[in-house]
Design a protein around this ligand. Structure first.
Ligand SMILES: CCCCC/C=C\C/C=C\C/C=C\C/C=C\C/C=C\CCCCC(=O)SCCNC(=O)CCNC(=O)[C@H](O)C(C)(C)COP(=O)(O)OP(=O)(O)OC[C@H]1O[C@@H](n2cnc3c(N)ncnc32)[C@H](O)[C@@H]1OP(=O)(O)O
Ligand code: FAD
Length: 687
């Protein structure tokens, strides 16, 4: 029946004020209002329809994305949307497009790595989208190892130009050859970008100065054809239907392409008219600054992707009933459920379902808050860099790299778990979960492979441990290393399950585990005469130490959030329970590490599990309200299983009827392939 809210009973159970929680989730009342308005604008505009995506052939899919991006830009200009509103529009349109790379990487690269003069030339063009750019760093043979890139930019003092060249090129006209060492992967490059920030080894006077960024025009502004010396195209279909195939990830070869000298991005270092290489007094690492920016954005996005999957799985788990009986009769599986419920059991009431789902719900909130904090850290480091204070750059790099790795791994795994939590129906495209997984999972690889990034964190940790006792006091997220002597000796004081609700106790447990794992790695490293050899040999342990450090950051930022004034009936109490689920489920999952480092005893680990179960019971009646607090429209969720009213089954049935295979009762191909087969069997049966 239209208009019935099948989840109304669930919503009535909520013990907190959902409207207040919506504001906590959004970050502020203002942000909530903007997001609410823009999400409705997108949801109510048929131009942004997306349910057909998994069915569309690639060319149609891509053209459709071009149409949506052009239409979005028209709205942005006609409605005079602010940057914040435009960014929300991109978010709620929910379709990867070349615009992500233009705004998310090309523009930030221009801002971070160009001189003021260069910015004043390029930024106005990019802001008006009179040029469209991408970030062309990765090559066919080199992604993680940025220092290993092989494209060259050789200065020609005769003409005051750089000659950009993809080496070991055996053919510049086709991709079939084996030894083409081209640029490979950049989004927006394949079919759209007019310009690219290309990373190449700078060569002046025969000397290699390492990797630098250059602005290269790729296509004619008249007819969009590649300029002379440039071969460019799409790299082909990627994982999943729809999903990331809306993006034109590209391949590029540059055959002695000439660009003017002032198209080297010269904030970090310069080449003079005479061909002299000069380094500014800013650190070379700023060449990597765009990656720091995007990693911070990716952390903020992780909570969105995970919360979407969790919202679908939570609503569906409340709708779906399995076992029990219509009247609570004898088929009911266990006495516990028979006592508690009449009728069929909602799968959300199974403790196993809660044990898989609620830690993901808690992670979505945890990632939201750590993402907010990381944005603050990034803003802070940017302000410092502007006045040549580079002191916090290593920490910003470690935090963005580590949290990007931690949150994207957990989110990709979490989306897949949500699919399984929805049983068979989770496997249908109309559940929204297959496409969400396919579109999200490359986040574990792009912007830095997650293991490679954790190894960067481990280097930072080992450096910090080696400096203990040198008088240099660790600060920020690594400040706990300053108390390492205490953390190595201390023992957990938990005696009752409720003691695990004490924030200072929890913080010390995560600090002690992280510190002990880092110190143990450092001790093992010191046994090697060659530190790099030791680092390679111990890299699996180092990655685990890095994860422990990153989890500590997330836990501590969630606990910090709870120290703030959080208005709204019951909101803070619920967030305390959610936070408890986050850290206790981590403690349970990694209890081997907490036990092996001897900070906790097996008895204390068991008490943590008792407390965790108690928190599941606290959160259960609030589960639907907690996911309603994300304030997602049905359009944004793109899932029949997660629809707001919970009216799942009729919608599944209607959607199945609309599948193109059901356009005819007898399928195409019957006459060619089925009828002869069936006839032949009939014939032989008669024999
Ligand atoms: C429709 C509406 C339209 C309107 C739209 C409006 C708005 C939209 C707005 C925005 C869009 C928002 C978001 C978009 C978000 C996402 C975009 C979408 C998808 C993303 C696509 C992904 C793109 C890419 O993948 S780009 C390629 C990324 N590549 C990598 O990440 C490579 C990984 N490798 C590395 O990072 C490095 O090479 C390394 C492994 C870290 C280096 O290792 P190593 O060789 O050991 O180190 P090196 O010698 O190079 O350096 C040593 C030294 O430097 C320090 N270091 C390293 N990296 C950094 C860094 N990034 N920052 C600071 N310091 C760094 C390192 O620690 C060492 O320091 P020390 O010597 O030890 O002190
Ligand atoms: C969807 C998508 C979009 C992308 N968009 C862009 C873009 O816009 N611009 C751009 O320039 N690039 C882009 N990329 C490329 C991306 O940044 C790289 O793929 C990424 O940095 C990983 O590098 P790689 O492919 O070389 O992986 P590899 O480094 O080859 O990784 C292969 C395996 O080796 C392991 N490994 C590698 N090095 C080490 C090490 N030192 N120690 C231990 N293990 C190691 C990794 O963990 C991984 O398991 C994109 C990639 C994807 C998938």
């Amino acid at each position: 029946m239209a208009g019935v809210d099948y989840l109304a009973d669930e919503r009535n159970k909520a013990e907190f004020d959902v409207d207040s929680m919506k504001i906590v989730w959004a970050g502020s009342r203002h942000t909530f209002e903007v997001a609410d308005r823009i999400s409705k604008l997108v949801a109510n505009d048929p131009a942004f329809r997306k349910d057909d995506r998994p069915m569309l052939p690639r060319k149609e899919l891509f053209k459709n994305t071009l149409r949506k991006a052009a239409y979005a830009w028209k709205l942005i200009t006609e409605l005079r949307l602010s940057e914040e509103e435009a960014s929300k529009l991109r978010f709620f349109v929910d379709e990867p497009a070349y615009t992500d790379l233009h705004w998310g990487m090309f523009v930030p690269a221009l801002k971070g790595q160009c001189t003021d003069e260069q910015q004043s030339k390029w930024l106005p063009l990019a802001y008006k989208m009179q040029i469209i750019g991408c970030y062309a760093q990765t090559e066919l043979g080199h992604g993680s190892n940025v220092q290993g890139l092989e494209t060259t930019a050789t200065f020609d003092p005769q003409t005051d130009e750089f000659v950009i060249h993809s080496p070991t090129l055996t053919s510049s006209k086709c991709y079939h050859t084996v030894e083409v060492l081209c640029t490979w992967w950049p989004g927006g490059l394949g079919k759209v970008s007019t310009h690219a920030v290309v990373y190449a080894r700078l060569i002046t006077d025969g000397k290699d100065h390492g990797v630098h960024g250059f602005i290269v025009q790729l296509r004619s502004m008249e007819d969009h054809k590649p300029l002379p010396g440039i071969t460019v195209g799409d790299i082909g279909m990627k994982f999943g239907n729809g999903a990331y195939n809306t993006m034109d990830n590209g391949v590029l070869t540059l055959d002695h392409v000439r660009i003017p000298r002032d198209q080297m991005m010269m904030r970090v270092s310069q080449v003079t008219r005479e061909g002299k290489y000069k380094q500014s007094d800013v650190p070379r690492q700023l060449v990597y600054g765009t990656m720091v920016y995007v990693r911070q954005k990716i952390v903020a996005d992780a909570s969105c992707a995970l919360s979407k999957a969790v919202c679908i799985a939570t609503r569906y788990s409340a709708v779906r009933r399995q076992f029990g009986s219509q009247n609570g009769g004898p088929e009911t599986q266990s006495a516990h459920y028979r006592k508690s419920y009449t009728g069929l059991i909602q799968v959300i009431d199974y403790k196993t379902q809660q044990n898989r789902l609620f830690p993901l719900l808690a992670s979505a909130y945890a990632f939201r808050f750590v993402g907010e904090w990381l944005k603050w850290l990034y803003t802070d480091v940017t302000q410092r860099l502007a006045v040549n204070d580079f002191s916090t750059l290593p920490e910003a790099h470690a935090c963005t790299a580590g949290l990007k790795s931690l949150t994207t791994t957990a989110t990709a795994d979490g989306i897949e778990e949500c699919r399984k939590l929805c049983g068979g129906h989770g496997y249908l495209c109309t559940s929204g979960l297959p496409e969400l997984f396919a579109v999200y999972v490359p986040a574990c690889t792009y912007e830095g492979d997650n293991i490679v990034l954790l190894l960067q964190v481990a280097r930072f940790l080992m450096k910090t441990v080696s400096q203990i006792g040198s008088g240099k006091q660790p600060v920020g997220t690594i400040a706990y290393m300053g108390r390492v002597e205490h953390l190595l000796k201390s023992r957990c004081s938990v005696q009752r399950a409720e003691d695990w609700l004490n924030p200072s106790q929890v913080l010390e447990a995560f600090e002690a585990r992280a510190a002990r794992m880092s110190v143990s790695c450092a001790q093992n490293l010191s046994k090697f005469s060659n530190p790099e050899e030791g680092f390679a040999e111990l890299s699996a342990d180092l990655v685990e130490a890095a994860v422990a450090h990153c989890q500590l950051i997330v836990v501590s930022k969630f606990l910090d959030k709870l120290q703030q004034d959080i208005p709204g009936k019951g909101v803070k109490q619920l967030l305390q329970a959610v936070c408890g689920i986050y850290y206790l489920s981590l403690l349970h999952k990694h209890q081997g590490e907490f036990l092996a480092t001897s900070y906790i005893t097996p008895k204390q680990a068991a008490l943590a599990s008792d407390q965790l179960r108690a928190l599941y019971s606290k959160v259960r009646p609030n589960a639907i309200a907690l996911v309603d607090s994300f304030n997602y429209t049905d359009h944004f969720l793109g899932s029949i299983l997660g629809c707001y009213d919970g009216n799942v089954y009729p919608k599944l049935y209607e959607a199945a009827k609309k599948d193109p295979l059901n356009d005819t009762v007898v399928p195409d191909g019957y006459h060619e392939y089925l009828k002869p087969l069936l006839k032949q069997q009939l014939h032989s049966a008669k024999l």
